[in-house]
Write a protein that binds this ligand. Structure first.
Ligand code: SF4
Length: 70
């Protein structure tokens, strides 16, 4: 398996937002298969090393990490 990279929820494909560009203060559930069972409610500035970039996201807009669950 490839090395996992850390990233913010707002840029992650598993952040359960219908907004194409969720904000730092948006709160949604994490739908990552290994984390979904925990029903985590996270802000856009949260993040973890299960991060996978949303399709079409401009990666140059990432901010500094907020809180982390890992
Ligand atoms: S907790 Fe991790 S996997 Fe879940 S949405 Fe945030 S960055 Fe993505």
């Amino acid at each position: 398996m490839a090395d996992r990279q850390w990233g913010n929820c707002k840029g992650c494909r598993y952040f359960d937002s219908h907004n194409p560009q969720p904000g730092s203060g948006d709160t949604h559930q994490c739908m990552q298969p290994e984390l979904q069972e925990f029903e985590l409610e996270l802000t856009g500035d949260s993040g973890c090393n299960h991060y996978e970039a949303r399709v079409g996201l401009d990666t140059s807009t990432y901010g500094e990490p907020g809180s982390s669950i890992h």
